[in-house]
Design a protein around this ligand. Sequence first.
Ligand code: NAG
Ligand code: NAG
Ligand code: NAG
Ligand code: NAG
Ligand code: NAG
Ligand code: NAG
Length: 434
Amino acid sequence: MPTISFPQFQRLQSFVWLLTVVPLFFLFVLWSNLDHDYLSNTLSSWQLNTTRILRFPGHNVPLPDPLKIWILESTGSHDEVRAALVHSFGGIEHGEITMFRLMERWNITDIMDNYTMEAPVQSIRGSQSLKHAVHNLSLPHVIVSTTCEADLKNEAEALRYLLANSSAHLFCTFHHADRWVKGAHVEHAREWVEKGRIDFVGLSKHTVDFFVKNTASQWDSRTPFKARAYPPVFPVQLAEPETGTVHLAMQGDYSPHRRNYRSIFRELDKVITKVEEFGDNETVGLRLLGHGKKPKVPKKIKKNVHFDERLTYPDFYSLLSTSFAVLPAFASSGYLDRKASSTIPAALIAGAPVLASEQILAAYTYLPREAVWMVKPGETEMTAMARLVGHRSEYLRKREASRRAAIDIMEANRRNVRKWVAEASWKANWVETP
Ligand SMILES: *[C@@H]1O[C@H](CO)[C@@H](O)[C@H](O)[C@H]1NC(C)=O
Ligand SMILES: *[C@@H]1O[C@H](CO)[C@@H](O)[C@H](O)[C@H]1NC(C)=O
Ligand SMILES: *[C@@H]1O[C@H](CO)[C@@H](O)[C@H](O)[C@H]1NC(C)=O
Ligand SMILES: *[C@@H]1O[C@H](CO)[C@@H](O)[C@H](O)[C@H]1NC(C)=O
Ligand SMILES: *[C@@H]1O[C@H](CO)[C@@H](O)[C@H](O)[C@H]1NC(C)=O
Ligand SMILES: CC(=O)N[C@H]1CO[C@H](CO)[C@@H](O)[C@@H]1O
């Protein structure tokens, strides 16, 4: 029988020792980086990578009861982002939401009224009343800013009051990752950064990356902060789709700077011809759901192009939900690095497949491949559509995958938001732990 002689054993032992210590060392470095180096915030993708910050004890952190949440929107825009934030923060047990918003548009409240909430919206007020509320109401633990670029300016006085006179944590949702190098809103936000009381929230991982790497890296302070990725998705009741027309949809501002209508119109023919080949009396409808100055439609395709203007949100999502494909048709590459397009979450909310490229999937990491139509390299959006219009059973699968993805994202959002708030509670010691 072979025996392990002493020297060999010793070598083995030191090898084992190395095996244990080296990974522990790297793990230690990784953890401490995740906690202290703000560049690590690129890891805070929506996929729960924040769980890797192990020093923070996560779910065991107690939250105050009640947990007071103020949701702020001072510009009268970004209704969908507000609706999503209300749904996600509304999942926190023992929460109480007070909403300060400039206005309600296009019946978005009909959608929000249908949410199942742990944290009910207890009162809805005008955003201008925030400056009184800080004197009259009991102060919040959490402030959620929907349009942080503007809210920090419009409600600067009230927010500075909260910074000085409460322990509230600010979730600052930014929309333009490139507009945070300097300015009054940046100076204000950095006061919160210095106190460790702000999380920046971007609407897709790519905008968070841009914010952290290209924008905040120009600040002259290295105080760590967290930046989170948050896909703004919320539930709506959807009608069952009809058949007979192949609906392609584009949504948003009709401005040519936002969507590339020209090339879509030029090539819509290809799809129409393809559908006519099937001989099933089917037609192609290109629905443009939006507002603004309408683009000029070539005569040839006039009967195929429909402008659905100024729809209420419930109508908008039910119309979008019948689309065979939602076309992003980005007119600028900004939607792939510094801005998050509302088309992608809108399609998921409506449960309709997006026509996506590899670049779109890489930027919008929450969009699963099985829920989209893929444009192949070298194809235009319309050549891809002409290739795909016949794939009806695949369409049903993709529609299902899109609906499934929305549900998964909403659940992940509620879990993530709860965790972010728990981290703030832990840092601020809102609940004394014995
Ligand atoms: C929108 O809301 C208003 C007020 O609640 C209501 O009168 C109207 O019918 C709604 N419109 C639609 C299209 O649902
Ligand atoms: C709200 O829910 C009710 C009941 O399910 C439904 O009839 C109604 O259409 C929903 N409203 C919206 C705007 O989703
Ligand atoms: C709150 O305080 C302001 C002044 O600080 C006052 O004008 C207002 O009437 C008070 N009450 C309410 C309900 O806002
Ligand atoms: C904090 O509260 C005190 C007392 O109400 C007030 O005088 C002070 O202006 C507040 N701080 C800020 C920055 O608003
Ligand atoms: C096709 O459409 C025409 C005119 O709308 C109609 O008369 C015909 O019955 C339709 N054919 C089929 C197969 O649906
Ligand atoms: C940016 C990043 O690191 N994302 C990772 C988050 O976690 C998931 C699952 O652990 C990884 O697949 C991602 O790559």
